[in-house]
Ligand binder design. Structure first.
Ligand SMILES: Nc1ncnc2c1ncn2[C@@H]1O[C@H](COP(=O)(O)OP(=O)(O)OP(=O)(O)O)[C@@H](O)[C@H]1O
Ligand SMILES: [Zn+2]
Length: 488
């Protein structure tokens, strides 16, 4: 069996991944707050953990992996958006959730097994908060319930920092009902204008962190246990699951708070075995984020004609624990490479992925290495097929190359529409027309019609080569068949 190694934030070490129950590998990743289109940064954890999901399914079998990613559909940012736009909260969250699913499918992410919405798990959150109050880790005050951070001595272990250091670096809200400024909200009161649910502390709504603790426990522990799916070994580690993921920006406070809530409510000494954090997608050295306003959405790029497959390729080219920038140059390069690959695998049936690719991903998700192996595999196969007499045999097959790319979620049928659209356009007619105009121009000495057609073709992303031998047209980077339609 393939050995998987993962960098565990908790120990700050690369460790061999050993699941609690290999028949039921369990992973939770924090999902989006649904009030706006996903920006490109939001797509990074989705793609990173999709690669891990594919690896786990490959190693343990697709029926033996449970991946849960939530939708935060109760949050003050959503309330604010609803108030500003005059639309209902339900309408905004339903629309944004669907946008997110469409945009993430466009970059080739498989859907997780469970995608719980926070508002469907309020009773579980209330029950967990009641447990925390009962065992002294939380207290109710003025309609709020707060987690007593100083009551959990391991608080801060994930980040490796002391509580005092963290307070110094964070914006903690001081409020009269708090025993300590560091204490965080588990429940807060709602007025008539904000969504609320009845609770032992009056009508209110949950704080952000509690939802992940409650939903992870419900879907990764209680549900599989109830269905009789967990092994005896797994039952020896109640409430604990294998992998918890998210962006590095969530490490503190969100993940520290999740750990504190889960461990204190469940009486465990860990929430998850392995904690993985992706680094940030940046814009000029700063995290791309909605609050900073320095973002563009995945949909913006798709609308500009950047194929979702190219976005995926560019993301995979940088290791998940390194910050990265999006550049036009990277997208152009990705499109060029993918166009060449897609041309070569037309009609090819995938066989089995190459072991080197799997080994690269199993080594702390080294997708950068996996992409460079794919590039050299392709080059090797191409060299072997040259018809200039200098053939050298390739150790790879094109079927294996295709399976290896598909293992990374590239060259799949689902992501192939952009290339099919390229292919369906017959450039020969344009080449003939250009040739005809050129011949006429040589007689009339009026080259304006030639120049104007050439300009329109270049604007549509067509590479135009004119020589004595004739006219040669080929799709280039940014090729947009829709613009060709307009020329007709
Ligand atoms: N620039 C980024 N690069 C990589 N991951 C990111 C980036 N921004 C957000 N994420 C991740 O996307 C997911 C959803 O984050 P969230 O909805 O809080 O977005 P956000 O842009 O950070 O919002 P805000 O600025 O309003 O806090 C989280 O897992 C988060 O870690
Ligand atoms: Zn979370």
């Amino acid at each position: 069996m393939t050995t998987i190694k993962l960098h565990n934030t908790k120990t700050r070490k690369r460790e061999e991944f050993v699941p609690i129950d290999p028949e039921n590998v369990r992973m939770y990743v924090c999902g989006p707050t649904v009030y706006d289109r996903a920006h490109l940064g939001n797509a990074r954890p989705v793609i990173v953990f999709d690669v891990l999901f594919r690896l786990l399914r490959h190693v343990y079998g697709p029926d033996h992996v449970t991946y849960v990613r939530n939708f935060t559909d109760v949050d003050d940012k959503i309330n604010k958006r609803a108030a500003e736009s005059g639309r209902s909260i339900g309408e905004i969250t339903a629309e944004t959730t669907q946008w997110f699913l469409d945009d993430m499918a466009a970059v080739g992410a498989l859907e997780p097994n469970e995608m719980p919405r926070a508002t469907a798990y309020i009773p579980q959150m209330v029950a967990m908060i009641e447990d925390l109050i009962a065992n002294g880790h939380a207290y109710a005050a003025e309609g709020h319930v707060l987690f007593r951070v100083r009551s959990y001595e391991k608080y801060g272990a994930l980040s490796g920092r002391s509580v005092d250091d963290m307070i110094a670096g964070a914006r903690v809200e001081v409020a009269p009902y708090k025993e300590d400024p560091m204490d965080f909200v588990l429940w807060k009161p709602s007025d008539d204008t904000t969504p609320g649910w009845d609770s032992p502390w009056g009508r209110g709504r949950p704080g952000w962190h509690i939802e992940c603790s409650a939903m992870a426990d419900e879907l990764l522990w209680k549900k599989p246990l109830g269905e009789g799916r967990l092994s005896d070994e797994a039952k020896k580690h109640p409430h604990v699951f294998d992998i918890h993921g998210g962006g590095l920006d969530l490490q503190f406070p969100h993940h520290e708070d999740e750990i504190a809530q889960s461990c204190c409510a469940n009486g465990t000494d860990e929430m998850a075995r392995y904690w993985l954090h992706n680094e940030m997608l940046q814009v000029e050295g700063k995290k791309m984020s909605k609050s900073l306003g320095n973002f563009f959405t995945v949909r913006d790029l798709l609308d500009q004609g950047v194929p979702g497959e190219v976005i995926r390729f560019v993301m995979l080219s940088t290791h998940y624990r390194k910050p990265m920038d999006w550049t036009v140059g990277k997208a152009e390069y990705g499109e060029k490479v993918l166009r060449g690959w897609r041309k070569a695998v037309k009609g090819v049936k995938a066989s089995k992925p190459n072991q080197e690719i799997i080994a690269a991903i199993a080594d702390d998700l080294n997708s950068t290495l996996a992409i460079s192996i794919l590039i050299s595999m392709f080059h090797d196969i191409w060299e072997a097929s040259r018809e200039d007499g200098v053939k050298k045999p390739s150790e790879y097959t094109i079927e294996e190359f295709l399976a290896s790319a598909q293992f990374l979620g590239l060259l799949t049928d689902e992501l192939g529409d952009w290339f099919a659209a390229d292919e369906s356009v017959n450039l020969v007619n344009f080449a003939n027309l250009l040739q005809k105009l050129r011949e006429e121009a040589l007689q009339t000495k009026d080259f304006a019609p030639v120049d104007s057609l050439k300009k329109a073709l270049v604007e549509a992303g067509v590479e135009v080569r004119m020589s004595k031998a004739g006219v040669d047209l080929a799709p280039a980077v940014g090729f947009d068949p829709a613009k060709l339609e307009a020329i007709k």
